[in-house]
Design a protein around this ligand. Structure first.
Ligand code: GDP
Ligand code: IMO
Ligand code: MG
Length: 423
């Protein structure tokens, strides 16, 4: 398979978890390189449903090694809960199949509290975060005051470091009118979690380097999506990490010249959860998908905003990620439609443009220019061969790839492994 970076090409929830699970079959190692437990990656295996937040989706296949890389922000108490949850579902997570980077940054309760407080203060301009403390944790990392896993698992060092950080953050919380947090409780919770996680902690950079030297196939599991990227997304309505392909290098320590291909995952339509511009948002698409019981967030349960496929956006995603291959998921969501729209340009301030404007206030004013496609009005859910898809469906998918300027190689018509076609 070679070293593959998998990214979301839209606003997150593109079906990355499902495609990662499929591609993991050919990989030896799966690495998360950014984000935290704001992610929710859904994988169905037979009747069983798994939702992964911090642990790579590759964990569901035996004999694969999964790694949380240095670029991730890690909530230790949440991670222990996730390990225990998988254990209950019969998925073992052991130091033989799971490693945590010693230099990943740690999420603390004040990060979550500050995340919530900032959202309340923003009022109508709120981001709609997952309230997992992601932004404040990356903020501390950039400000060089964060604590890392290496500090967490050092029992001699951690209590004092925690006290220093808590003192400062309690002052901030009090100034915001929030309750200060209790040192003893955090120390007890985090010490317990550290004791559980210590056996998993490793120098994952040298581990991955050794793996690349013996030409092991590594899959870099992206979280969130291109338009949630801190640099390339619809700032400030973004998450706080580099969700685009470059983040896989900085977040793992594997250099760009060891990467072989980039796979972009996108839905056959568009969704977004949280606030911020979404040019093709359309109530009729939301009603259709929500009516089918689909498009509710895997992490927060919020209803996702839905709209038509936006090819201006995915072309931009292909550009900034260097997408070689495309996986299009949720094709079956459009099965019932007689006509399907695709956005091929925007109109704004009397001009037609074919790129994503950097100013999200301008993007919010963009009106989509649509091309119409005839639907196929047949269920695709049981189709397993590309050639057996209705001709209108194939035409639609190939047009999406052409407009995105990348090669279509995977099509998905349902959540299960079997509902996947390779071209
Ligand atoms: P991720 O965050 O990118 O991993 O995506 P999520 O798991 O948050 O959301 C994608 C949803 O779509 C999940 O419920 C998947 O089970 C589901 N899914 C993925 N591919 C398909 C597909 O081709 N058809 C259908 N019906 N569901 C899919
Ligand atoms: P996966 O990996 C979709 C969104 C939030 C919010 C913004 C910032 O499942 O695709 P944050 O908590 O990160 O500070 O929130 O980003 N968001 C996601 N949306 N899928 C995700 O992950 C997301 N992770 C964060 O809804 O708009
Ligand atoms: Mg998700």
């Amino acid at each position: 398979m070679a070293n593959t970076i998998l990214v979301g090409a839209q606003w997150g929830d593109e079906g990355k978890g499902k495609i990662i699970d499929v591609l993991t079959e050919q990989a030896e190692i799966v690495v998360r390189t950014q984000g935290g437990n704001n992610a929710g990656h859904t994988v169905y295996i037979g009747p069983a449903k798994y939702v992964l937040h911090l642990i790579p989706s590759g964990i569901l296949r035996p004999d694969k090694v999964c790694i949380v890389g240095n670029g991730v922000v890690l909530d230790p108490v949440g991670l222990v809960g996730e390990i225990d949850g998988l254990d209950k579902l019969g998925v073992p997570v052991t130091p033989a199949n799971f490693l945590i980077s010693e230099t990943a940054h740690v999420v603390f309760p004040w990060h979550r509290e500050l995340d919530g407080q900032r959202e309340v203060r923003k009022g109508n301009n709120k981001i709609g975060t997952t309230k997992r403390g992601i932004g404040p944790t990356y903020g501390d990392k950039a400000a060089r005051v964060g604590l890392r896993v290496i500090d967490l698992v050092n029992a001699a060092r951690f209590p004092q470091r925690l006290r220093e950080r808590l003192e400062e953050n309690n002052e901030v919380l009090k100034a915001l009118g929030a309750q200060p947090l209790d040192y003893d409780k955090i120390l007890a919770d985090y010490t317990r979690a550290a004791d559980r996680l210590r056996p998993f902690v490793a120098n994952t950079v040298t581990y991955l380097h050794a793996a690349t030297r013996r030409h092991a196939n590594i899959l870099f599991e992206g979280a969130q999506g291109t338009f949630l990227d801190i640099d390339h997304g619809t700032y400030p309505f973004v998450t706080s990490s580099n969700t685009t392909s470059g983040g896989a290098c900085t977040g793992s320590g594997v250099p760009p010249n060891r990467m072989d291909r980039v796979v972009g995952v996108m839905k056959a339509y568009t969704t977004r959860v949280g606030e911020g511009p979404l040019p093709t948002e359309d109530d009729s698409v939301s009603d259709l998908l929500h009516g089918m019981g689909r498009e509710f967030g895997a992490t927060t349960g919020r209803a996702r905003r839905c709209g038509w496929f936006d090819a201006v956006a995915t072309r931009h995603a292909a550009m900034v990620n260097g997408i070689d291959e495309l996986a299009v998921t949720n094709v079956d969501g459009l099965d019932s439609l007689a006509q399907i729209r695709v956005c091929t340009a925007y109109e704004v301030d009397g001009k037609r443009i074919d790129y994503v404007p950097s100013d999200c206030e301008v993007l919010a004013r963009c009106r989509p220019v649509y091309q119409e496609f005839p639907g196929w009005q047949t269920s695709t859910e049981t189709i397993t061969q590309w050639e057996d898809l209705p001709v209108n469906c194939r035409h639609y998918l190939l047009t999406l790839a052409q407009l995105t300027e990348a090669r279509l190689t995977i099509t998905s018509v349902g959540p299960a492994r079997e509902q996947t076609m390779f071209l």
